[in-house]
Design a protein around this ligand. Structure first.
Ligand SMILES: C[S@@+](CC[C@H](N)C(=O)[O-])C[C@H]1O[C@@H](n2cnc3c(N)ncnc32)[C@H](O)[C@@H]1O
Length: 344
């Protein structure tokens, strides 16, 4: 998924830096003996790559769509019958579209005659999305599929529909004409199934609360860097994941996101929240991804982390995530830091 702040393109940098730190600290336990926590998990790409190395994973995100995808990637460990999964995907791909919540509120045809006409998806894809989403829910309620299959199918839908979104990148606005990728008929593509350890756990909580209830060895923190809230930028994925018929408002059909607003996107609150997080973390190795344009300054982060033990920083040049053309005037790259604390 093309996600703001995704660490997909710098995963090697993270792995190498974390590995280097463990070696410097003469850490001699194997990954299979350690717990790695990724508590701002997003697309789950970091959790997934450390799961592959054999760590027990704890993952978390405040957004439900992220929870769904990550729950499949991290908790589904050899407990899915791949042949049956492919059959279920085929069945869903063969459904006829229906006029459900997504079609009626987020497609051009479905919003005809309404105050706001929207074109987040083609009429065809919106109906197809509704048909698949409703069927997954029905199958689960009727006991045709189990919970593992439910999250596998739902995660696959979120990932597939996102590829057909008629947006520049995020869901803060839609395009006036259907772009090429949005005009194509959506195909439900199965998410890969990753085999790994069985004792992995995924949460859907605010990290500031969760941090008091989890512990482990390595804590990886990848908070939002700026004021752009994920709950509004990805509101449509949240609604497809929840499928809870929310009251929606305005031109973009935003759901109420007051419960999901992150303090890590608030200039006047972020440093205090981050300091609390570090104070409450029951982990020996703590890593924070942040860049040189983030809400907290380098010095603020350094000061907060240094208070609790040995501190070090790794850095790398990173190509900017371009969400819209208005930002083209900014530099093409940023400096990506990996702040590291060995908590004493
Ligand atoms: C920079 S992104 C993480 C990207 C992720 N590492 C990846 O590679 O896909 C930040 C994530 O933090 C989540 N988030 C923001 N505030 C949060 C909070 N208070 N508790 C938990 N998750 C939060 C957002 O929903 C978003 O998915």
């Amino acid at each position: 998924m093309n996600y703001i702040g995704s660490k997909y393109s710098i995963i090697d940098f993270l792995e190498v830096s974390i590995d280097k730190t463990l070696k410097l600290c003469k850490e001699n336990r194997k990954p299979s003996e350690m717990v790695f926590a990724d508590l701002f998990a997003g697309t789950g790409v970091v959790s997934g790559s450390f799961k592959k190395q054999g760590y027990s994973i704890i993952a978390n995100d405040i957004q439900y769509y992220s929870y769904v995808i990550t729950k499949h990637m991290i908790e589904n460990n050899g407990n899915l019958d791949e042949e049956r999964c492919n059959q279920l995907i085929d069945e869903l791909n063969n459904l006829d579209g229906v006029e459900g919540f997504i079609y009626k509120n987020y497609s051009y045809g479905g919003t005809e005659g309404q105050e706001f006409r929207r074109m987040y998806f083609s009429d065809y894809n919106a109906k197809k999305c509704d048909a698949i989403r409703k069927t997954i829910e029905k199958w689960f309620k009727d006991g045709k599929i189990n919970e593992n299959e439910y999250f596998f199918l739902l995660g696959s839908l979120i990932n597939s529909i996102d590829k057909c979104a008629n947006t520049a990148s995020v869901y803060g606005a839609f395009l006036k004409q259907l772009k090429k990728s949005a005009s194509k008929q959506m195909e439900l593509v199965p998410l890969p199934i990753m085999h790994g350890k069985v004792d992995c756990k995924v949460y859907n909580e605010d990290i500031s609360k969760l941090i008091k209830n989890v512990s482990g060895d390595i804590l990886y923190l990848d908070p939002p860097y700026n004021a752009r809230q994920y709950c509004s930028n990805y509101h449509l994925l949240e609604t497809i994941a929840r499928y809870d018929n929310p009251v929606i408002k305005g031109k973009t059909g935003l759901r109420d996101y007051s419960e999901q607003k992150s303090v890590f996107c608030m200039k006047d609150k972020v440093a205090e929240a981050f300091a609390e997080l570090i104070k409450n973390a029951k982990f020996k190795y703590i890593f924070l991804s942040y860049n040189n344009e983030g809400l907290m300054s380098f010095e603020t982060i350094e000061k907060i982390m240094k208070k609790y033990g040995k501190y070090k920083v790794y850095m790398q040049q990173h190509r900017r995530f371009k969400a819209d053309n208005a930002r083209d005037c900014k530099a093409d790259s940023t400096i990506e830091y990996l702040h590291c604390l060995i908590k004493e």
